[in-house]
Design a protein around this ligand. Structure first.
Ligand code: BGC
Length: 372
């Protein structure tokens, strides 16, 4: 009798272990091998959570609408949330937690601070929910299954190359060129990747004397723009102009995105100086106009529609229990694992190639054509 009771207890324990081992309802642990079939899949028509950060750039605003429409069109229920501008990290943590409790099967996250979501995404995984990091990597956790983004390192390289091309085209004199460097918010994992990509191109030119960073501020910490906020970039540019460019000419500025590019340009204009070659990213409407007017030099086309489409495709594959498309299994080490990624190709845009670069983006093409 005792023996049977013991065997029964052991069986219950073993079953419980097996159940926790397979983490809720999800199929194979997508975290252990890239693109691994999601085995069981989940019910069609399930809720998909989308947690986006604040609305500091146009791409985030656009993504929300595209996710709502695209997920509904694909037959899912969309739960799209933005974290408000204040208390963003805590609010985003709460929103993700609520999505897990609410029964979402996949949560797509554009992180405000990718280092502060480990607890929430672990809770998601424990509840059998798949987590996709969207545009920004989620760090220091095994519980992020996939990453979908434009190739961030390449974005940086394209920006660095555009700065060099713009200087050759517009500086009006030979090298050396005086430049300044700006990077994004330190809480965004992308910021370092953009900066490192740009420095991959610029550092050799700094080393050989073609470029001179007159302020001497070349470390990423010195160039950072807290919260990706325009006013912070403008303030830093103001102070650089005062400290370093009293009489000296400023030929170029590496700006990591369009919002900051326009703030940098405003600062220079208010100081009554000639606008230098300024790079950007995101193809924001005001920057595309500025480029067509010959003011901002370049931007990057990272078509949000394509990124959202790829994310929804991943959701569909997970739902059906199919293999998930990934094309990079090397670059995105989040501190504890290499996150299998699907990377899209960014396109550099200057006035010269704008019509071609936006051939598939009707709203921007219309702006470009209006300058013809
Ligand atoms: C995105 C950029 C954007 C920046 C500020 C980054 O993570 O990749 O496209 O300009 O955040 O929102």
């Amino acid at each position: 009798m005792k023996k049977i009771a013991f065997a029964a207890t052991a069986l219950v324990a073993a079953t419980a272990l097996a159940l926790t081992g397979c983490s809720g309802e999800r199929g194979g642990d997508a975290g252990t091998a890239s693109g691994e079939p999601a085995a069981a899949g989940f019910e069609a028509g399930s809720t998909i959570g989308v947690a986006l950060p604040d609305k500091t750039s146009e791409n985030w605003v656009l993504a929300g609408q595209l996710f709502t429409d695209g997920l509904e069109k694909a037959g899912f229920k969309a739960d799209v949330q933005y974290a408000p501008a204040s208390n963003t990290v805590a609010e985003q943590q709460n929103q993700i937690q609520a999505m897990v409790t609410g029964g979402a099967k996949v949560i797509i996250i554009g992180a405000k601070d990718g280092k502060q979501l480990a607890t929430q995404v672990q809770a998601a995984q424990d509840a059998g929910v798949y987590v996709i990091a969207y545009d920004r990597l989620i760090e220091n956790t095994k519980a992020v299954d996939y990453y979908v983004a434009f190739d961030n390192f390449k974005v940086g390289q394209l920006q660095g190359q555009a700065l060099l091309d713009g200087l050759a085209e517009r500086a009006g004199h030979d090298a050396p060129y005086n430049i300044e460097l700006f990077s994004g918010s330190p809480d965004d994992a992308n910021s370092a990747v953009f900066f490192n990509g740009a420095m991959d191109v610029l550092q050799p030119k700094i080393d050989d004397g073609t470029l001179v960073v007159s302020s001497g501020q070349t470390e990423i910490a010195q160039t950072a723009t807290e919260g990706w906020k325009a006013e912070n970039a403008q303030r830093r540019m103001d102070s650089l102009l005062t400290s370093t460019y009293g009489t000296a000419e400023l030929d170029g500025v590496l700006s990591p995105n369009d919002t900051l590019a326009r703030a940098i340009i405003t600062s220079v204009q208010q100081a009554g100086k000639t606008v230098p070659v300024v790079t950007g990213q995101d193809s924001e409407v005001e920057s595309v106009k500025s480029i067509m007017e010959g003011i901002q030099y370049s931007t990057i086309n990272k078509d949000t529609a394509l990124l959202v489409e790829q994310s929804i495709k991943m959701v569909g594959q997970l739902q059906k229990g199919e293999k998930v498309d990934v094309n990079d299994e090397k670059q995105y080490d989040n501190g504890v694992k290499i996150v299998p990624a699907y990377l899209l190709d960014p396109i550099i845009v200057t006035k010269a190639n704008a019509a071609e670069a936006y051939a598939n983006v009707p709203s921007l093409l219309e702006i470009v054509n209006s300058f013809k």
